[in-house]
Ligand binder design. Structure first.
Ligand SMILES: O=C(O)CCC(=O)C(=O)O
Ligand SMILES: [Fe+2]
Length: 352
C-alpha cells in the first residue's frame, strides 16, 4: 500500500471530503445496480417480536422468534424495557461525539492494532474501504473497561453508556434464554457456553456514516456478518441504510424508532449448529444526511471453547461446525474475505 492510500485509510472518513473529492480507495466497483445505495429494494418483513411476551414464555411469540432466527436471522425487538429517554440519550451522545472537533475525538484514537478507540477499520481492509468511522469500546466486564478510550465529552457519555451496557446485558441474557426455550432447550443452554457471568464480554461499536455527495459510489459497511454471539443494534431514528441479504436478495431494514434490531451473529449460529442464521448485512450511504448506529455485541469469553450444543446434534442434523476458542481472532484475520461475500463462519464448518 502506498503512502497516500495508507494515509487516507487512517484519516477519519468524516475529514475526507474537505476538497470535495472521494478518494479512489473508497469508490466501489458494484457488480449490478441492486448494489447501489438508492436502488429500490423491498422492505424486510420479519415480524416484530415483543420482549415482554418472551419473558412470559408466550408460545406464539416463541414460535415467531424461532422462525425469525432460522429464516432472516434478525428481527425488531419491542417492549424491551429500555426507556425512550435512554435510547434518545444514547443516539444523541453518539451524534455529539462525532460532531466534536477532530483533535478532541483524536484523544480517544485507537492505538496500534487495538480494536478499541476512535478511528476506522480501513487500515486492516484489503479491497475497497468503508465510508464509516467508529468508536469501539469494550463495556463488559466492568474491570476490563479501558477508560482512556471512553469520551469525557459529551458530559454524560460515560454514565449513559454504563447504564446502556447494564440494560444490554439484561436484555441479551433474557433473549438467549428465550432463544433456547424456542428450541425446547434448557434456559441456560446458550449462556452456559459463554462462560463465567463475570467474564463474558460486551463490546459497543458506535458507527458514524458521513453523508456523501457520491453516495452511490461508496458503501457504509461492506457485506458482513457479525463475529459476536448476538447483536443489539440501535439504528438512527431518521436515516435508514441497513440492508439484509436473504436468499440472494437484499432487503431494506425499516426504522422502528423504539425498537432494537437483533441479529443472530456467528457464535450463536455455531452454538445452534446452524439452526439460527447469522445474516449477511451491509450499510449504504445517504447523499444528504449523516447516519449513526450503535451496535452492542455480546460474545463469549475467548478462553472458552464453543461449539454446537450436544442437544442440537442429531442424525438428521450432524455436527456442522468445529469446536473452537477465540472465534473473534479468526473473524478479524479473515475479514478481507468479506469482499468476496464468503462468510468467515463457513470456514469453521467441519466440511469446509
Ligand atoms: O449501521 C448499521 O445499521 C449496522 C452496523 C453494523 O452492521 C455493525 O456495526 O456491525
Ligand atoms: Fe454488522
Amino acid at each position: 500500500m502506498g503512502l497516500t492510500s495508507a494515509n487516507s485509510a487512517l484519516k477519519p472518513v468524516q475529514e475526507l471530503l474537505q476538497n470535495g473529492v472521494v478518494p479512489q480507495n473508497y469508490i466501489q466497483q458494484f457488480q449490478d445496480d441492486s448494489q447501489v445505495g438508492d436502488y429500490p429494494l423491498p422492505l424486510m418483513d420479519t415480524p416484530t417480536i415483543d420482549f415482554s411476551l418472551l419473558l412470559l414464555s408466550d408460545p406464539e411469540e416463541l414460535a415467531k422468534l424461532r422462525t425469525a432466527l432460522s429464516s432472516w436471522g434478525c428481527f425488531q425487538l419491542v417492549n424491551h424495557g429500555m426507556t425512550i429517554k435512554l435510547l434518545y440519550e444514547v443516539r444523541e451522545m453518539s451524534k455529539q461525539f462525532f460532531k466534536l472537533p477532530l483533535d478532541e475525538k483524536e484523544k480517544y484514537s485507537s492505538k496500534g492494532d487495538s480494536l478499541e478507540g476512535y478511528g476506522n477499520d480501513n487500515a486492516i481492509r484489503q479491497g475497497n474501504f468503508n465510508w464509516n468511522d467508529k468508536l469501539h469500546l469494550q463495556v463488559h466486564p466492568e474491570h476490563r473497561r479501558q477508560l482512556e478510550f471512553w469520551p469525557e465529552i459529551p458530559q454524560h457519555f460515560r454514565t449513559t453508556l454504563h447504564e446502556y451496557s447494564v440494560k444490554t446485558k439484561e436484555v441479551s441474557e433474557s433473549l438467549l434464554k428465550a432463544m433456547a426455550r424456542s428450541l425446547k432447550l434448557e434456559d441456560n443452554s446458550f449462556s452456559e457456553l459463554w462462560g463465567d457471568d463475570k467474564e463474558d464480554i460486551i463490546h459497543a461499536r458506535f458507527n458514524f456514516y458521513p453523508r456523501c455527495p457520491s453516495a452511490k459510489q461508496v458503501v457504509g459497511l461492506n457485506a458482513h456478518t457479525d463475529g459476536s454471539a448476538i447483536t443489539l443494534l440501535l439504528q438512527d431514528k431518521e436515516v435508514d441504510g441497513l440492508q439484509v441479504l436473504k436468499d440472494g436478495q437484499w432487503f431494506r431494514v425499516p426504522i422502528i424508532p423504539q425498537a432494537l434490531v437483533i441479529h443472530v451473529a456467528d457464535q450463536l449460529e455455531i452454538a445452534s449448529n446452524g439452526i439460527f442464521k447469522s445474516p449477511v448485512h451491509k450499510v449504504v450511504i445517504n447523499p444528504q444526511y449523516d447516519r449513526i448506529s450503535i451496535a452492542m455485541l455480546p460474545l463469549p469469553n475467548p478462553e472458552k471453547e464453543i461449539g454446537p450444543l450436544k442437544e442440537l446434534i442429531t442424525e438428521e442434523r450432524p455436527q456442522l461446525f468445529k469446536r473452537l476458542k477465540n472465534y473473534g481472532e479468526f473473524y478479524f484475520k479473515y475479514m478481507a474475505r468479506l469482499a468476496t461475500m464468503e462468510r468467515q463462519i463457513d470456514m469453521v464448518k467441519i466440511n469446509y
